[in-house]
Design a protein around this ligand. Structure first.
Ligand SMILES: [Zn+2]
Length: 674
């Protein structure tokens, strides 16, 4: 029925309906001052940028738990017995998930170099070498070394250091960076990232990867034991000082800078008709490199790596408003936003240097303030919502949707009863009434609900029979005075200047927490006011938030949630057109897999596969763990991404997965990236 009605007509009918219920109704409008208070605190220096697992993030979690409690939400985590202490009561709002916040050296780190039959020389960990934070903890004995340039291997770039160097069963020794330097936007792109170098080394059969520091070891980024929570590397990976590198390479005649110039000479062949520089075409100075390629069969290494990745608790904060309808209360609407941010920079920061607090006022104190404000609205409004609303603030989003991914795999209300997920991420920087809504293709009803909601934003309803129990500073549900015309009908006028200029995106996947829910076939909507020059920088501060506009965005979201809540039927899940298949990853092929970024066990766990994708056609399913693809072992998401980069569209490959207790080999044919 809805579809045939013009939005404005729907809007009038909806408004009239609300007015008819006016007598028993209490509605509150979103308030910019409350939003400002929440954002100002969450983005304050006291919380130190809210990096997942840090005291600042935990303080934020306790603040949110306190607010949920004050609003009368039921704690999300069920426990037997009445809490005896306030802290115990508060902890019931926290869903704990494991997070590797820090990495320390274990006691078993040794690296020794043996020349011929001589006495092995031990290198000192911390001074001569360091394991990387994601190194596997392994012992590798009597392994020869092989110099492998920058350790880059990329079919797409027609560049392969391992075609020149045979590193099979050896420890590959490479330089950090690329022949371009460390430019992430250079022609090497992600192929120069250390994670992909590890994958390339493993694909070449190396038993360990040794990276020569680009500066003093103690200053080198690689020696800092910073962990990306993406799983271990599968082989020992270590960085050695520039002083010790020649010893490992077993050379005294050739200097490190000679090695560097050899590595640099392995340039990428840009023109398609030129031969790739694999060493066959003498496209590099063969004499010196031939010498280098010999390596020294005299030199062997004994390597033992021992890094301790410390798991600390991280928290999703969950408060529940139970539905008032005896039947519909079994259905739940999830309203969420992530509260973690980047701390003092580092991984994910776009600041030129790290160390400064990244307040994350827009990203995403604005969204969390939105969750609190909506919780305020829905706990105060009468009549009460029919369906249950679960309010959640996620952590670990910036590290790869860790909190929401954990939630959907450990839901506090069954996912089968979760009818929709509303996500807010960066809703505080509205310009020119522009609002982006993602996930519009994930439920049949979304376009109508969103469209009529937006029309109502611009509508003024006037009526004279105002009732006394309307406590919201003399306004209607829409924040305007109520007047009724002589015939008792509400007078409605439209002001399109108060509606939003909407950009509607079909896809249910995207760079925020709604992705986790859509991967479980739950309809999602994602609200976003767009990116800006302060994104992921210390300048994303609370004074730059447009609080009045955010309040208007929340009034639209509240309308949409009410509309979902009032519906007789739950929203109908639909498969959305994908707009981001493979995009921005730089790969030429597309499989349609949805990796679980929170899982750090060996292999690559899938949260889902896109319908009608190569992955779906291959028979892959959510819950499968990919352990091998196209002849390459997959230990983590980087190995997988690396393998993808080496695959060709239209060609059939074998893929091995673990499904439950079974190990399956399937055939997959990648599609070309659109
Ligand atoms: Zn962010």
């Amino acid at each position: 029925m809805r579809k045939q009605l013009a939005p404005i007509l729907i809007a009038i009918l909806a408004a009239a309906g609300v007015l008819a219920q006016q007598q028993a109704s209490v509605q509150v409008v979103p308030n910019a001052d409350r939003l400002r208070q929440h954002v100002t605190y969450l983005a304050s220096d006291a919380l130190n940028g809210r990096r997942t697992g840090s005291p600042g993030a935990n303080d934020a979690a306790h603040y949110l738990a306190g607010e949920f409690s004050r609003l009368g939400l039921r704690p999300g985590v069920q426990k037997a017995g009445t809490p005896r202490k306030l802290s115990e009561a508060m902890s019931r709002y926290l869903q704990t998930f494991p997070y590797a916040a820090g990495v320390e050296l274990g006691k078993g780190n040794t690296l020794s170099v043996q020349t011929g039959t001589g006495f092995p020389q031990s290198l000192r960990v911390g001074e001569d070498w360091m394991p990387l934070a994601f190194s596997a903890n392994q012992r590798v004995e009597n392994v020869q070394t092989a110099f492998a340039g920058y350790g880059i291997s990329s079919t797409e770039l027609k560049y392969d250091d391992y075609a020149v160097t045979n590193a099979k069963d050896k420890a590959a020794v490479i330089f950090a960076g690329t022949p371009d330097g460390n430019n992430p936007h250079g022609q090497f792109g992600s192929a120069g990232e250390v994670r992909f170098k590890v994958a390339a080394a493993r694909a070449a059969g190396a038993r360990a990867l040794i990276i020569i520091a680009s500066e003093e070891l103690k200053d080198d980024r690689l020696s800092r034991l910073t962990y990306d929570n993406a799983g271990a590397a599968g082989i020992p990976v270590l960085v050695v000082s520039r002083q010790m590198a020649p010893r490992i390479l077993g050379t005294t005649k050739v200097t490190l800078s000679d090695y560097e110039s050899v590595a640099d000479s392995r340039t990428v062949v840009a023109a398609a008709d030129q031969k790739p520089n694999t060493g066959e075409g003498l496209a590099y100075p063969i004499t010196l490199s031939s010498v280098l390629r010999l390596g020294s069969k005299d030199i062997t290494l004994n390597i033992s790596t021992d890094v301790m990745r410390q798991e600390v608790p991280a928290y999703n904060v969950v408060g529940i408003l139970d539905g008032s309808d005896p039947t519909l209360k079994n259905e739940t609407i999830v309203v969420g936003a992530h509260y973690d941010h980047l701390g003092r920079g580092g991984e994910g920061s776009l600041a030129p240097r790290s160390g400064e607090i990244h307040p994350g006022a827009d990203d995403n104190a604005s969204g969390v303030a939105g969750v609190l404000e909506l919780a305020h609205l829905f706990t105060t409004q009468r009549p009460k919502p029919k369906r249950t609303i679960l309010f959640v603030a996620f952590s670990g989003e910036e590290e790869g949707l860790l909190g929401s991914s954990y939630y959907v795999n450990h839901p506090l209300i069954p996912l089968a009863n979760t009818v929709a997920m509303i996500n807010m991420d960066m809703i505080g920087r509205m310009k020119d009434r522009k609002l982006i809504i993602g996930g519009i293709g994930t439920a049949k009803e979304w376009r109508d609900i969103v469209g009529s909601g937006n029309s109502l934003q611009g509508m003024t309803v006037t009526a004279t029979n105002r009732t006394g129990n309307d406590t919201s500073n003399g306004t209607t549900p829409f924040g305007v005075p109520v007047v009724v015309s002589a015939n008792g009908r509400p007078i409605v006028s439209m002001d399109s200047a108060r509606t939003f200029d909407l950009t509607l995106n079909e896809d249910g996947y995207g760079p925020s927490d709604h992705s986790s829910f859509y991967s479980k076939q739950i309809p999602v909507l994602f609200f976003w006011t767009g990116t800006h020059e302060d994104y992921h920088k210390p300048s994303d501060t609370s004074d730059k938030i447009n609080y009045e506009a955010e309040a208007r965005v929340l009034s639209l979201i509240a309308r949409i949630v009410r509309d979902i809540d009032q519906g007789d039927k739950r929203p109908t899940y639909t498969v959305a057109k994908s707009e981001s298949a493979g995009r921005s990853t730089g790969f030429r092929v597309y499989l349609g897999t949805i990796p679980n970024y929170a899982d750090t066990n060996d292999g690559l766990l899938l949260d889902g596969v896109r319908d009608d994708s190569p992955a779906a056609n291959a028979g892959l399913k959510a819950g499968d763990r990919i352990i091998k693809i196209a002849g390459r072992d997959v230990h983590n998401v980087y190995d997988y991404t690396y393998a993808l980069g080496e695959m060709k569209a239209g060609q059939e490959y074998m893929i091995e997965v673990v499904r439950g207790a079974e190990r399956l080999t399937l055939k997959i044919t990648p599609a070309a990236r659109k």
